[in-house]
Design a protein around this ligand. Structure first.
Ligand code: G1P
Length: 278
């Protein structure tokens, strides 16, 4: 029912310089797959087949990744290495990919608004690829959120508890529990100080948004750090109607930080060894 997933991928990835000087941070690999591939896998599992990317200058590697590489295909065809391309070929056969560019970095809200032309008037998913999420016990985070959307038909953010001293790195929500793991949002603050934070429930990079968010984003003034924040637009949506925060099942790796990236790499490598593939 939700057909499109938006991947804001215009950021510089400064924490990974110098690697990200010429390589999009979304292309950094966890083992042999770039981060963006894990995000697309999760969206596809949730039934979204149109993958829409917000990129920027220096991000062409993302477009090339989801396209055929004729020379490579020709070289590898019929050799014992061909199987290494099976997974990306299968993925490409199941999805469409579209790209648009954010001209200047004016915040996540502005990046999402740039995606309007690729989405039109439908609800859509949003994945921030540097939040890598897994759920070994069941379905992925976006699939869990789509199920909630089917019941409540409103915007939903994925949240998790973070240590108090980390609240200033996230959008923080508070509200009233309507189910065990579901909160009706009544407050939402982008990167508050410890004193300002209403709770320690942090938004992670998974959203389901209803399309009225675009009109709200057009009216949203720059907020924290002078950028248009999706958190502020969602707060407006919560005031006008309803926004839910969902405590997802599974685990999230903060691959936007070197420590989280290493943690994810170790996790997937150990998993590979356990599965007997290396
Ligand atoms: C963005 C959002 C923030 C959210 C975070 C999740 O911040 O603005 O609300 O908590 O993603 O990763 P960023 O990490 O891009 O600064």
């Amino acid at each position: 029912m939700i057909q499109t997933c938006l991947f804001p991928a215009a950021g510089y990835g400064t924490r990974f310089l110098p690697a990200t000087k010429s390589l999009p941070k979304e292309m950094l690999p966890i083992l042999t797959k770039p981060l963006i591939h894990y995000g697309v896998d999760e969206a596809l599992e949730a039934g979204m087949k149109n993958m829409a990317f917000i990129t920027g200058r220096g991000k062409r590697a993302l477009e090339d990744y989801f396209d055929i590489s004729y020379e490579l295909e020709h070289q590898i065809s019929g050799t014992n290495k061909e199987y290494l391309l099976t997974e990306i070929r299968d993925l490409m056969a199941k999805c469409t990919f579209s790209f648009t560019r954010q001209e200047s970095m004016r915040g996540l809200g502005n990046a999402i608004h740039t995606g309007k032309t690729l989405i039109r008037d439908e609800p859509f998913g949003v994945v921030l690829a540097d939040d890598l999420c897994i759920n070994e016990q069941g379905v992925g985070v976006l699939t869990q959120m789509v199920r909630i959307y089917e019941k409540y038909r409103c915007s939903i953010v994925a949240v998790m508890e973070v240590p108090q001293d980390k609240v200033s790195s996230y959008g923080i929500v508070s509200g009233r529990y309507i189910e065990d793991d579901l909160i009706m949002v009544d407050d939402m603050v982008e990167k508050p100080s410890v004193e300002e934070a209403p709770t320690n429930l942090a938004i992670i990079g998974r959203y389901i948004l209803t399309p009225d968010i675009f009109g709200i984003l057009e009216q949203t003034k720059p907020g924290k750090n002078g950028e248009v924040q999706i958190t502020d637009a969602l707060m407006q949506q919560a005031k006008d109607g309803m926004v839910l925060a969902y405590k997802f099942k599974g685990r999230r790796f903060d691959c936007g930080s070197v420590a989280g990236f290493v943690e994810a790499t170790n996790f997937f490598y150990e998993k590979l060894q356990k599965d007997g593939k290396k």
